[in-house]
Each structure stands twice: as structure tokens, then as C-alpha cells.
Design a protein around this ligand. Structure first.
Ligand code: ATP
Ligand code: MG
Length: 207
């Protein structure tokens, strides 16, 4: 029986940018993934007018940014689940959804994360459970050291991807300052930022 290889890329995607897309595309190529599922995080507690985009708008930007790639899709599992987002929950919900839609089909799951997020992984909830059910792929990110986090029984791969020194934090600051974000985000995302007047207010620090 054939085995499906599916990548998951979680993030706030506030907004999604070319760094996310290049990382996902490169991992998909190197690991021969059938698809990559982008999962925007649920709504964190922020005060109104704090310079962050609502979950529905982050979801919309992620859909628009990935629309042209037949191997990319976006899930609502984290947005629709109340409370903070934990990766074990993302994986559990996506597995349940896949098993329901494709009974009997085997899946190898790959969880894609940048160097900064990988270095925090030991602090993640239920990291053992996560690694028991998914292969973890850490990708290089400018300004962050990509090091093996030294996990026990780890199924971890480290992968160099084309370096794009782009962060959502920087994009938000650029929008606020009136600097261009063209070419840093897909054009559809730039249009949505303008259409909804996102990131005009201050208080939008790093997440
Ligand atoms: P913020 O500045 O708001 O934290 P971000 O640019 O870090 O935004 P996230 O949504 O936090 O974006 O990141 C989602 C995932 O994408 C994380 O695993 C992160 O490490 C990875 N990632 C983000 N930007 C890049 C990049 N330029 N190159 C490689 N990986 C990246
Ligand atoms: Mg981040």
C-alpha cells in the first residue's frame, strides 16, 4: 500500500511571507512530500488595536499565499480549536481528519520548523508524543543557529534552505513605517494588508 508523506507548517503567519513559503517548498522537495499543510495558530489574547491581525485575516492571507501551489493547503484546525495552540493537538486533529477521509491509507507526518522554533522545542508540551508520531524537520533561518536540540529518541532532520532574512515582525514594522513589503510577501498578501489596513498600530512586537 502506498504511503502518503505530509508536511505540517505551523505559525502565527501574521503575515505569511516568502521565508515560510521557501522553507515549505524546499522541505517538500527534499523529502518528496505529497503536500504541505499550513496551520495558522488560534487567536491569542491580544487587546483590540494592538497591531495584530485577527485569526480569520491570518487564515485568509495564508490561503491566498498558498493558492497557486497545488501541493500546499491550509487547515483551520488550530483556528477553530479554543485556547492556545499546541503542536501535539494540531497533529492529532490532522491525523484524525486524514484517517476519517482516507481510511486505511498510511501517512508519514513531517513537522517543519525554523531554527528559532526548533531551539525552543524542549519546552513544547508533550514533545515525546510529538516525536513519536512525526518526523521533525528543522530548517535554517538567518540570524538563528540551527543545532540539534539533543532530543531523546529523536526523529529529527536538519536542512539548509535558501536564506531569506524575513520575519513577520519586520514586515509589521515596515508596514507601520510606510516602508515597502513588495517581494517580501506574495502580492496577494500585500493587497490584503492594504485592503484591511493591517499593522498600522504600534505594539506589534515579536511573537
Ligand atoms: P514573528 O516575527 O511574528 O515571530 P515569524 O516570521 O517568525 O513571525 P512565524 O509565524 O512565527 O513567523 O513562524 C512560523 C514558522 O516559520 C516557524 O517555525 C519559523 O521558525 C519559520 N520561519 C519563519 N520565517 C522563516 C524564514 N525566514 N526562514 C526559515 N524559517 C522561517
Ligand atoms: Mg516567529
Amino acid at each position: 500500500m502506498s504511503v502518503r508523506r505530509i508536511g505540517i507548517m505551523g505559525g502565527t503567519f501574521d503575515p505569511i511571507h516568502q521565508g515560510h513559503l521557501v522553507a515549505a517548498s524546499e522541505v517538500a522537495h527534499r523529502f518528496a512530500l505529497d503536500e504541505v499543510i499550513f496551520s495558522p495558530t488560534g487567536e491569542a489574547y491580544h487587546k483590540a488595536g494592538d497591531g495584530r491581525a485577527p485569526a480569520e485575516v491570518r487564515y485568509l492571507m495564508t490561503v491566498v499565499a498558498t493558492a497557486s501551489n497545488p501541493r500546499f493547503r491550509v487547515t483551520r484546525v488550530d483556528i477553530d480549536r479554543p485556547g492556545p495552540t499546541f503542536t501535539v493537538d494540531t497533529l492529532r486533529d490532522l491525523r484524525a481528519e486524514f484517517d476519517h477521509d482516507h481510511p486505511g491509507v498510511d501517512v508519514e507526518w513531517y513537522f517543519i520548523t525554523g531554527a528559532d522554533a526548533l531551539s525552543e522545542i524542549l519546552g513544547w508540551r508533550d514533545v515525546e508524543q510529538l516525536l513519536a508520531s512525526a518526523h521533525l524537520v528543522g530548517v535554517t533561518r538567518p540570524g538563528h543557529e540551527l543545532a540539534d536540540p539533543g532530543l531523546p529518541h529523536a526523529q529529527v532532520s536538519l536542512l539548509e534552505v535558501p536564506a531569506l532574512s524575513i520575519s513577520s515582525t519586520d514586515i509589521r514594522a515596515r508596514v507601520r513605517a510606510g516602508a515597502p513589503v513588495t517581494y517580501l510577501v506574495p502580492s496577494g498578501v500585500a493587497h490584503l494588508i492594504a485592503k484591511y489596513g493591517l499593522y498600522q498600530q504600534s505594539g506589534a512586537g515579536s511573537s
